[in-house]
Structure formats: C-alpha cells, structure tokens
Design a protein around this ligand. Structure first.
Ligand code: PGA
Length: 251
C-alpha cells in the first residue's frame, strides 16, 4: 500500500524566528505521526535551523528547489550536496519556478536525475494553466510535462508526482475531488505505460492547489490521491495538523 504524503511548501515566507516557531509548533502537533509521511519544505536558508527543531520527530525535511550541479559558478544556487545532510525530498518544477523563473522541463529532468542519484526524492510538479484548462488541453499538457520532465528517469527511480493545476494555486479555488481523482488516474495510467504496473502501483501522486482543512479529506479519500502538497494552509500549524489528520482518516 502507498503511504500518504502530506507536504507543506512554505514558499518564501517567514523570518528565522517565525520558521523556528512554526517548526516547534509542528513538532508538537504532528511530530509523532507515523501513519502518514509528514514533510515540510522551508526556505533554503532556514533548513538547518528547522532541521534542528524537528530533530526528535518523524517529520521529514525538503527543499523547494535545487541545482543539478554538485558545485561551481552558479551564483545564488544551492546544490544537492548542500541539501543532502538535511533533506529527504526536494520539490522540483513548481509552477512558480516554471512561470516566474522560466524553468523548462529539460532543466527539471536534469535536476530530478541529480536528486535521485543523491538519494533525495524529487517531488515533480506538473499542471496546466487556466487557459489550457478551459481549452480542454489538460491531458495534452500533462502528458508533455510527464514525458519531458521525467526524461532522465527509469523504472528504478523513486519519485513523487504532484498535480498542481496552476488555476488552483493560491486562488482558494481547489479542483473538485472528482477532478483530482480523474487527473491523478490519468497520470498513474501514463506512468504504468511508461514504467510498468508495479511502478505505477507504488508511485505516490499528490494533489496541490488550495488544499485546506475543509477539502483535504474529500480530496484524499479518492482512490488515486496519495497525499497533498499544501501552500498557504501549511503556514498555520493548526491547519496543517488538520490536513494531516484528514490524511490519516482517509487511509
Ligand atoms: P496553495 O499552494 O495551497 O497556497 O494553493 C499550493 C502550492 O503551490 O503548492
């Protein structure tokens, strides 16, 4: 059975004090959860401090981005070697990275390869814009992103895929549970054709985009939904706990 993953993407929010405060609250609230995997992805600069705050808990730590190179002249970037001592996961190809910073699928594919080679599980984000959605192009866009951003990977590589429709991110307007299920079923089928049934059965696929305590259970009780990637609601420990509880309920 696939273990649910409840992941929080803090994005570029909070000061060091706030990061410490939130991690201490989360350590208290969900630190001993073992039925589902709990993951937090703070801003890179806070990773060592947060790592210290959650050291005696089950909470896993991830980064929001990563460079595909080990080291070198890449001003402002962070390599897997720097993340490795702290992080089990890294979010790659988030729509904000794609849209604001111009990340292309080929770059995401390289990063995914580097992450897997360094025992950091990549959470690869895919999703369509509102315009593409309204034009009925969702499947076409996702198929392309799956092909291109997973190009460097094989059936031996453990990854997580997050479906994050861009129109649902930060808008308060989540996909319905039914839509999430339909799209995630398509992704699983695509991955079955690519890497085989065993791989598809083990693959964790998340939904992300305006997940909150009030819709988390409905979304996660769908057959192909193995967890959520949470933005806004993960900055409040009570909300993140409620979403983690919804995941346990949905098992
Ligand atoms: P949101 O963000 O929950 O604030 O919509 C989701 C995400 O960007 O991962």
């Amino acid at each position: 059975m696939r273990k649910y993953l409840v992941a929080g993407n803090w994005k570029m929010n909070g000061t060091l004090d706030e990061a410490v405060n939130l991690s201490e609250k989360l350590a208290e609230a969900v630190g001993d959860y073992t039925e589902v995997d709990i993951l937090i992805c703070p801003p890179a600069i806070d990773i060592p401090s947060v790592s210290f705050c959650i050291r005696n808990t089950q909470i896993k730590l991830g980064a929001q981005n990563m460079n595909a190179n080990a080291s070198g002249a890449f001003t402002g970037e962070i390599s897997y070697n720097m993340l490795k001592p702290f992080c089990q996961y890294v979010i790659l190809g988030h729509s904000e990275r794609r849209q604001i910073f111009g990340e292309k699928d080929a770059m995401i594919a390289e990063k995914a390869r580097a992450a897997v080679d360094n025992e950091i599980t990549p959470i690869i984000c895919i999703g369509e814009t509102l315009e593409e959605n309204e034009a009925g192009k969702t499947v076409e866009i996702l198929r392309f992103q799956l092909e291109e951003s997973l190009k460097t990977l094989t059936a031996d590589d453990e990854i997580v895929i997050a479906y994050e429709p861009i129109w649902a991110i930060g808008t308060g307007k989540a996909a319905t549970a039914e839509t999430a299920q339909n799209v995630l079923a398509f992704i699983r089928e695509h991955m079955k054709n690519k890497f085989g049934q065993v791989y598809a059965d083990k693959l964790r696929i998340l939904y992300g985009g305006s997940v909150k305590p009030s819709n988390a259970y409905d979304i996660m009780s769908q057959k192909d939904v193995d967890g959520v990637l949470v933005g806004g609601a993960c900055l409040k420990s009570d909300d993140f706990k409620a979403i983690a509880d919804a995941a346990i309920q949905a098992i």
